[in-house]
Write a protein that binds this ligand. Sequence first.
Ligand code: F6R
Length: 606
Amino acid sequence: MCGIVGYIGTQQAAPLLLEGLTRLEHRGYDSAGLAVLGGSGLKVAKQAGRVRALGEGLPKRFSGKVGIGHTRWATHGPANDTNAHPHTDVKGEVGVVHNGIIDNAATLRRQLTDDGIELASDTDTEVIAHLVARSDADTLEGKVRDALASIDGTYGIAVVHTAFPDRIVVARNGSPLIIGVGDKEMHVASDLAALVRYTTTVAHLEDGELATLTATGFTTFRADLTSTNKTAEKVDIDPASYDAGEHDSFMHKEMLEQPEAVERILRGRLDERFGTAHLGGLNMDARETRAIRRVKILGCGSAYYVGQMGASLIEELARIPADAEAASEFRYRDPVIEPDTLYVAVSQSGETIDTLLAVEEIRRKGGRVIGLVNVVGSAIARACDGGIYLHAGPEVAVASTKALTNMFVGFSLLALQLGRVRDLSVADGKRLIAGLTKLPEQIAEIVEREHEFAEIAKRLAQAESLFFIGRVRGFPVAREGAQKFKEISYRHAEAYQTSELKHGPLALISPEVPTVSLVPQDELTDRNVGALHEIAARLGPLVVVTHADVDLGELRADRIDVPRNERELDPILMTIPLQLLAYHAALELGHDIDKPRNLAKSVTVE
Ligand code: F6R
């Protein structure tokens, strides 16, 4: 949430900062701003709205070779020009951009006001600028350190000061910051996405670490100003993976990338001979794996729904009781942490604060946590005892697609490994492996049919309210389908267990309220079809995601057949058309697919 960029070097900073902000805009897009240090001091331009508008409105002489920039997702105060970052002190000498939340901001704001400082904004960040300005340390590093000493909370910050025009000082506590080393120039950003066009030689700051960037290099240190001697390393990343290419949106690109993403997560992890999975990153031997009595999965939003799919897989294949819970609720109920439970944190970004805090709570109480995480080296990945990297590649669209698919596949691998040290037979292990191997091709077959789904989506887009229904394995699919639909189409979409419909929500069924129903060919097909007849009898329009051999009889419905796989793997194949329905409905309604209203990628605030 929110994006930070900084530049110091031989080029004009503003165009580079704007380019970086555009690449970070998915992390917050209600306002944006820049501050550059030039011959005439500190110049700030900031406004509510998108980065493009900021660039278009930038004054002609916005020159300077040192600068910082920010794109915001509002936490303290509305998204207006004044609350946009960078924030400055009273004299306009200090410029600060900040990601995270300062917990004691109210107290600090009161103290500053009592001391006669007139605060310009409603934000927590502004206090940092005043605290830096008030410090009597004689270096910028010392001033930043002094300011941070009064602050409780999380931050990634970048600070410039007119008295120290040869440097940017940055600090991290809970919000990522990455330094990029260029040729006679240095960059800093909260995400690799903003750096890869300029450099792939980077250094990740740790929590509690600060750094000084000059045009010729960087140094890292702790709050007591002792050096941490960090050096930069080359990362193996293709800058093109951060471009939407010929696609109208990153979401579209990322949905179409799913077959390759699944191939990547499977690569080197299937053991066909013994019908099991190789998951060395779990850091558990067979004896420890056997000792697990329960699995508890924690994630937020769509990651939580995929966690529910994962829990079913683990129960079915490994016969270990498993369930998923919203990480955002978990630690508030003072959970009992059991030594023989395997806790699994699942997250695309590896930054979601609720999931991270849940991991920390479990570790504090002595539990074992593994992570299913996409971003390598992210906070959640580092906080876990081991894990499975998802290898989905960078995911930019706010609506998560390919990372979720790989989470499902990651859970399948975990279930396979847990199952095979218990009672899952080699034959069943091999059956699952054959199914997993078929997934990329089957997913490709579904995404190729997107135009077929687009027609259905156009009709769904006209409804103000929709139901998504499924049973057992299909219910988390319905939840994820409804989530994706509401997230980008802004239509009310509610997920229900098909079996629960007549216990209440059937009252809402009418010709105006369509239902998207998941009807796999399984032991519940007849009951599912029965429920569809009840909906049809109330004239509710139906979309049925099903298998070709399911007989819907006389039922009037839009039908989407997905390829059959092993029944345990059906949920992911049923999820893919729901992504495409949501996407095409949002397109029909003219929405900004990658930047849905009120949301942002990576929720780093509680
Ligand atoms: C939905 C979506 C969110 C995320 C959730 C967790 O499309 O993107 O619901 O799934 O915020 O994010 P991560 O996986 O980064 O922890």
